[in-house]
Design a protein around this ligand. Structure first.
Ligand code: HMH
Length: 198
């Protein structure tokens, strides 16, 4: 089964991950700065966790997936620098502790280190596809958040997500519903954490 079919098979829960009220509020400018700042600090942590997961996945990836994964490891290192700049511009402390949703997501990433490579590739594709679709739906974004909307909607990011889809499809076939649903649940919990922040 091509991995893209997971989006239709689980359309209702997928919609909750990519059409969340957080994203509506980014689009119309009603998102409180505290919610956005919480998201930003927690997402910087998430990206650091994701980099660890991704580097380990690269180490055990089949030949066909090495190129897309190697490129994205470098991109994530640069992305961490981008988060540091954004946090500094907003005077945010990136050393703030992980909130439960972030810690839960980190645990999921740790567990994914020991699932087989085809399932791990589906998980990574799901993680990135969520951000592509979620931020695409928030376009163009309120002026104060526009830079972030643009960050996850540029063509090079869409191409990366398409490359992950190809790698996941080539590595399959796998019964990936469980891993897909776990990632989608973690993504929904992450948005929820941000909107609940004060
Ligand atoms: C929570 C979350 N999911 C996915 C991405 C995309 O890398 C991100 N930055 N944060």
């Amino acid at each position: 089964m091509p991995v893209a079919e997971l989006l239709q098979r689980h359309a209702a829960v997928w919609r909750r991950a990519v059409c969340h009220p957080f994203l509506d509020a980014v689009r119309d400018g009603t998102l409180p700065a505290a919610a956005f700042d919480t998201w930003l600090v927690q997402d910087a942590r998430f990206v650091a966790d994701l980099l660890r997961f991704q580097a380990r996945l690269l180490a055990r990836a089949p030949r066909q997936a090495q190129s897309v994964l190697a490129g994205s490891v470098t991109a994530l290192v640069e992305e961490l620098g981008w988060f540091e700049q954004q946090a500094a511009a907003r005077s945010l402390d990136l050393a703030a502790p992980a909130l439960p949703a972030t810690a839960g997501y980190a645990e999921l990433l740790d567990r994914l280190d020991s699932v087989d490579v085809p399932n791990a590739l589906v998980a990574l594709w799901t993680i990135e596809r969520t951000y592509l679709d979620a931020w695409s739906g928030a376009r163009p974004g309120a002026p104060e958040y526009r830079e972030f909307v643009e960050h996850w909607t540029v063509p090079v990011f869409a191409e990366y997500v398409a490359g992950l889809e190809v790698a996941a499809d080539r590595a399959g076939p796998v019964d990936a519903d469980a891993v897909f649903l776990e990632v989608v649940a973690a993504e929904i919990a992450f948005w929820e954490m941000a909107v609940e922040a004060r």
